[in-house]
Design a protein around this ligand. Sequence first.
Ligand SMILES: Cc1ncc(COP(=O)(O)O)c(C=O)c1O
Length: 389
Amino acid sequence: MRFSSRTPADLTPNPISKAIQKAVRGGIIDLTESNPTRCGFHYPPSILESLGKPSAFIYDPQSFGLPEARQALADYLNAKGQKVAMENIVLTASTSEAYSYLFKILGNPGNCFLVPTPSYPLLEHLLRLEGLELVPYFLQTLANWPVDRDRLEKAAPEACKGLIVVNPHNPTGTFLSGQDVDSLGRLCEENQWAYISDEVFSDFTYPGHAFKPWTPSGSLSFRLGGLSKSLGTPQLKLSWILLDGPAKILDECRDRLELVADTYLSVNTPVQRALPDLLAFAPAFQKQLMARVLHHRQFLSEQLQGLGPAMVWPAQGGWYALVEIKGKRALDEPIVLELLEKHRVLIHPGSFYDFPEGCFLVLSLLPRPEVFQEGVVRIRKYLEEKWGK
Ligand SMILES: Cc1ncc(COP(=O)(O)O)c(C=O)c1O
């Protein structure tokens, strides 16, 4: 049997995955944990109760989702100062599924999308599953990770159908600058590319920074978000696409998306009926998570302060911390393996995110305080032994 090339030819786990599988059995401190439901946050029981409404038992299939759920989401976003009309909201079961809908309407097999690099390794899989290709564009290893715009313009092939931004970015935790936003928007308008803005972490903006939703006026644009991050409930399976663009093309886009959404009808009814109640809890969850993330960042910075070549990169939002080991190129995987095997702490190497240069380590800022602190202390001791103070 020959399978399609939508899944990789070689499925053998890499050395880090093998080491993780082995180490996990003996118990480890997992500082890659990014599932909030395993990190000891408080979720009120009313979340589950809201899923049990009698109305949830009636199946009323609607391709873009139930109007009451879409209206609740529009109200939630408008209360944050965004201008979103219910007609321009499409509900999906996850942000990954939202991408897949967009790729289906925008790209033919062999077409490609521009994807920021380094980046969370999700898009290569999502694109591949649709028979599409990823063309990287690069963020420069400089303060705030600006886009390498010259290289992007030269890299974009004819078959390009869209440009993806992640704002704030994962794992750098930085927002796109006004200049980057302007020039990426201009490129989308000139080339008739779709602009896809992944905003799943935008509710987690650090003090002193602001998230400004933005889309180019002259091309189709799609902003993505979801409960997996905004409410810390990936298991509820509800995300959204916010559509925008010039009126005529937007109408056609809506019709085509409707066809795709109607084919799957994947969002379950209980979560849609519960959405107004669920969104009412979102600010309390976001407050808890932000307090933890900021506290962990502070602890990490204090522990690594003045420690050999280690440096915690500043960030503006999100759930992750980026540590650079200065001047130690290509050592990220050996460091991660040593930390795992000798000190039983798991973090991600920069290679997991395709950092094109430098030696980067990525830590989740979600774990419970006692777990995070023990893990960071072990990392500090390891770095001290290796490179001294
Ligand atoms: C930037 C980004 N977008 C999308 C997703 C996937 O979100 P969902 O769980 O809603 O599919 C992730 C997962 O962590 C992510 O980091």
